[in-house]
Design a protein around this ligand. Structure first.
Ligand code: GAL
Length: 386
């Protein structure tokens, strides 16, 4: 056994002991209420499988709202995506589910609908709508949804924005754009500015940067940030949003340069910012990436794959979507991920796992067939704040 493996094993043992004090686990993986069963079919309160993929979760006034891509209908592989296996379903819209205990989710319906009669519209059924995330603007009292919108071949690479006065919608679609047009990132180098066939940052300078997989994050001071896979997915950007959260400001940085990271999920713990993301292998799972920063705009430092144990190199056959801080728990975060089914996208499932922290601050993700929140976090209403 090599030194690294030994250290990892000892560290894992310590983590397991520490964490077992904090989390009580369910005994088996049967489909019963009141526990998380990663990778199993997860039914809503009407008994239908939850349909909210690539999702994001907002906590507002004592209720969690889970927004996600509706995957329904036939899965097909358009000719334009054959080289990389980019299967898809027609766009239906964004779903919303609500819950106060995180186990039982009520279907709140479609909160943003496709536009089947407008072929040029970003939300036409023939396009791509992925990774919707909703944030709440305390100043404007508006719910703002950011999403990846694209052409069927993913060449458009744009960001879409929609707004609502209620968490359950309906959301009004505003527009799509490519972020940060006409502005260089704060950490640009002279080399980055040189035009060239392979330099997409310079190529897209005037029209705005490519934006595919994304997430948005609101910091404690109310400032919000967009993280988006850019530059042909090679490099991620982090961009400050305008005070109304409708647009990027042009203040942005390149992070994880040439690391081809997708599916970003951001959280803040003990004053530091963390990202969990994936590599870039379309619907196929790969090893998760993790990074940390003292300042949200960077610089960011890459850490090792947070997953440990069997199938850690495939993120337990899932891909990050979100990291959910549990309200009323200073230090409890849930890794929310998708287990994609490439050839039957509506049959895709969810993998929710607790993030475990060692006393030194290292975080890991281990597989659990079934698990429960620690006692006490069920009194969510008392913790309602935003
Ligand atoms: C993944 C991405 C998904 C979706 C998929 C299409 O890499 O994270 O959101 O775009 O590719 O194959």
């Amino acid at each position: 056994m090599c030194f690294c493996a030994k250290v990892a094993r000892q560290g894992g043992l310590l983590l397991a002991i520490w964490f077992s004090l904090a989390v009580s686990y369910a005994a088996d993986n049967s489909l019963v209420r009141g526990q998380f069963a990663p990778g199993q079919i997860w039914q809503d309160t009407d008994g239908h499988p939850i349909n909210a993929h690539g999702g994001g979760i907002l906590f507002h006034n004592g209720t969690y709202y889970w927004y996600g891509e509706v995957k329904t209908g036939r899965t097909f592989l358009p000719d334009c995506n054959k080289s990389w296996g980019g299967t898809r379903v027609d766009v239906t819209g964004v779903s919303c589910y609500s819950s106060t205990n995180l186990y039982d989710w009520k279907n709140e319906g479609l909160v943003l609908r496709a536009e089947p009669n407008a072929p040029e519209h970003d939300l036409h059924t023939s396009k791509v709508l992925e990774r919707p995330k909703v944030i709440y603007n305390r100043t404007t009292k508006e719910f703002v949804m950011w999403m990846h919108v694209d052409s069927q071949d993913y060449a458009a690479a744009r960001t879409g924005v929609a707004v609502s006065t209620k968490p359950t919608g309906p959301f009004r679609y505003l527009e799509s754009f490519r972020p940060d047009a006409g502005v260089w990132p704060e950490n640009v180098t002279d080399e980055d500015k040189k035009p060239g066939a392979t330099n997409s940052l310079a190529r897209d300078f005037k029209t705005g940067q490519m934006s595919r997989d994304l997430t948005v994050f609101v910091d404690d001071d109310g400032k919000a940030y967009l993280f988006y896979a850019s530059e042909e997915n090679a490099t991620m950007h982090v961009s400050l949003l305008t005070p109304d959260y409708h647009h990027t400001t042009g203040k942005y940085n390149r992070i994880f340069v040439d690391r081809s990271m997708e599916a970003p999920a951001i959280f803040k713990r003990a004053g530091k910012y963390y990202i969990i993301a994936s590599g870039c292998t379309a619907w196929a799972p790969n090893a998760a990436r993790m990074g940390v920063a003292d300042s949200i705009l960077g610089p960011w430092r890459e850490l090792t794959n947070p997953c440990v144990g069997n199938d850690a190199d495939k993120t337990f056959f899932s891909q990050s979507a979100f990291v959910l801080p549990i309200q009323g728990r200073e230090d409890f975060f849930v890794f929310v991920a998708d287990r994609w089914n490439q050839w039957d996208l509506p049959a895709s499932r969810y993998v929710w796992l607790p993030l475990e922290f060692s006393p030194t601050g290292n975080s890991t993700l281990s597989w659990h067939d079934a698990w429960q929140l620690p006692q006490g976090s069920k009194s969510l209403r008392a913790a309602a704040g935003n």
